[in-house]
Design a protein around this ligand. Structure first.
Ligand code: TYM
Length: 324
């Protein structure tokens, strides 16, 4: 079974990206043929700095490697280096009803964030994502739950293409974390997901001091009981989730441990758990940073391996459509 996933090189990865997706990638690569991408063509749909984007791509790949993505097992690519992604995106755009795209929640969110950036790329974003996945006939896509509407569109498009031109693409399954972590919330507003754009997240590269400061000043709920209750205690529930995912302790164990102890002690311990949980990653990343050539080599090798699959599949698509 083939697996595809990607992340935008648009700012430092945070623990939401890690706990919601990247950690799963590392596990899943043990069992599946995987392709992981830095999706730079997605990153240019919102404002970006041309002087920094390539550096951001390399930083993202360093994050993948430091987290444990193994370039010997998995293929790592930069989306813009495989032109078939945009070729298939155009083909799929030709059969995408605009109404499907207008009702996607991430489209509305992005317009709210960038009201002056009402461009076609933001609207067509999920079609490029569908192309990323379908280009390799991937059937598994590990993501956070914010991406599920895009997976639905991917399936809708695959079905539509198959109906119009003959069976080509298999159905796709979005793999979200079972249990918890599919949506880590912001530290400053626990009703919103943690995102790369604001300072409301913990970056994977944050120093211990920064992590302590961010957790200390993070918004908490009223009351003082450490209890998992997403509706009435969204901040504490989010902290419990993060603690659980880094420490492996169950929510019930944590509730018991901090019963009658108040939020301050819980938050102090949470900082230490996060610092410890990121230590290996940070150490490995520092090591990898010393050898930037290695990343270039991994990407060149990934491009070569991915290109072969992409060429073959796009050819099939064009033959089915009568273009070849
Ligand atoms: P991106 O770059 O916004 O996020 C990368 C991954 O991190 C997950 N994620 C989260 N998980 C839990 N809690 C959070 N607060 C949180 N924030 C982000 C995202 O769900 C995602 O899995 N459209 C994608 C990139 C993409 C893609 C693809 C993914 C392009 N083509 C093909 C899979 C397959 C995106 O913007 O992810």
């Amino acid at each position: 079974m083939k697996l595809f996933s990607g992340m935008r090189p648009s700012g430092q990865l945070h623990i939401g990206n890690y706990l919601g997706a990247l950690k799963n990638w590392v596990e899943l690569q043990k069992k599946h043929q995987c392709i992981f991408s830095a999706v730079d063509y997605h990153a240019i749909t919102t404002p970006f700095n041309p002087k920094r984007i390539h550096e951001a791509v390399k930083n993202l790949v360093l994050d993948y490697l430091a987290a444990g993505v193994d370039p010997k097992k998995s293929i790592i690519i930069v989306q813009s280096q495989i032109p078939e992604h945009t070729e298939l995106a155009w083909i799929l755009e030709a059969i995408t009803p605009v109404s499907w795209l207008e009702r996607i929640p991430t489209y509305k969110e992005k317009l709210e964030l960038h009201p002056k950036h009402r461009n076609l790329g933001i609207l067509a974003y999920p079609v490029l994502m569908a192309a990323d996945i379908l280009l390799y006939k991937a059937t598994l896509v590990p993501v956070g739950d914010d991406q599920m509407p895009h997976i639905e569109i991917t399936n809708d498009l695959a079905r539509r293409f198959n109906q119009m031109f003959g069976k080509t693409f298999p159905p796709v399954k979005g793999v979200v974390n079972e249990g918890m972590g599919a949506r880590i919330m912001s530290l400053t507003d626990p009703t919103k997901k943690m995102s790369k754009t604001g300072g409301e997240g913990i970056a994977l590269t944050d120093s211990p001091e920064t992590i302590r400061e961010k957790i200390k000043t993070a918004v908490t709920d009223s009351g003082r009981e450490v209890k998992f209750d997403e509706k009435n205690k969204p901040a504490i529930s989010n902290f419990l989730t993060i603690h659980h995912l880094f420490s492996g302790k169950t929510i019930a164990e944590l509730e018991k441990k901090y019963h009658n102890k108040g939020y301050a002690e819980f938050k102090n311990d949470l900082s230490e758990v996060i610092i410890k949980g990121l230590a290996d990653f940070q150490e490995k990343r520092k090591e990898l940073e010393k050898n930037p050539k290695k990343v270039e080599k991994i990407l060149a090798d990934g491009a070569k391996r991915a290109q072969k699959i992409a060429e073959q599949n796009i050819k099939e698509v064009k033959i089915k459509m009568g273009l070849l």
